[in-house]
Write a protein that binds this ligand. Sequence first.
Ligand SMILES: *Cc1c(COP(=O)(O)O)cnc(C)c1O
Length: 335
Amino acid sequence: MEWLDLRSDTVTRPSAAMRAAMNVAEVGDDVYGDDPTVNRLQEYAADLFGFEDALFAPSGTQSNLLALLAHCGRGDEYLVGQEAHTYRYEGGGAAVLGSIQPQPIINQADGSIALADIESYIKPDDFHFARTKLLALENTINGRVLPLDYVQQATTLAHGRGLSTHLDGARVCNAAVKLGVSPRDITRGFDSVSVCLSKGLGAPVGSVLLGTKPLIKEAKRWRKMLGGGMRQAGVIAAGGLYALEHNIPRLQEDHDNAAYFAGELAKMKGLKVSTPQTNIFYVDIPQFVMQGLGDVLELTHIRVSMSQRLRIVTHMDAKRDDIDRAITVFGDFFG
Ligand SMILES: *Cc1c(COP(=O)(O)O)cnc(C)c1O
């Protein structure tokens, strides 16, 4: 039996068409700026997201880190959500490598950071405090889409107080598809944005960082220092370019599958299911059945993230048939 892996959309594999594009990619040495495919990807991404320039990075973690290092110096701080990937799941890179202090702020139920909190955590210009330099938001955040008017208000507030703004837009295309707007409508108001190509978009490797020319120049210096300067990277950039050109509209299918799966699970006794806005949702199950469910999923070759609750992520390698198979397994277990 094939494994059905719903732990994350990072598990997606390059399609035959994407591999074909990678196979014929023109390449050069990207550290010299000579890789035509990397350059095309960067130009395409800059245009798509409405930025002056872009930089290809090996991962979203590095792309976010490049942005933090480009915006903040030693002894500066950035405002960030408690639940944000940058703060929680990136090994404290900004602190370790940039001496940048995070100021984590509680996220509200919709994933946003309250404007009043942003305001109150900006430190006065006084030598007792770290210098508050940057506001970092995340969209989508654990599958939730930040409202457009909130983003506009938060970035305007930050800029008005002299801060820069960064968006961890690992899944920003899911947000655009959900709201039915173009990607640049979501990224407007940010000085930099990091976008993952290797999640729902289906590329095997890579992220792009977007920003002004001077910011990207600075980020490029950091990327080299961190060991992220790659040579004939066009082979992987071709997958990323293919992803941006072909795989954005189809994210709707992942959202539909998540809504369908969550709807069916919600009918089962004892399950508390979050309503998915995009391709991620959570299921609270009684702790005493966790082990038993884990065993059944293992036997039936289904993977979901299991900690306090289940996290289920839909993606292009999980078709409606696969979701139906999972629904049957859950139904048999909880029925
Ligand atoms: C996955 C992810 C990242 C990091 O991407 P990697 O390529 O895994 O390093 C950053 N932010 C968010 C919100 C993510 O989901």
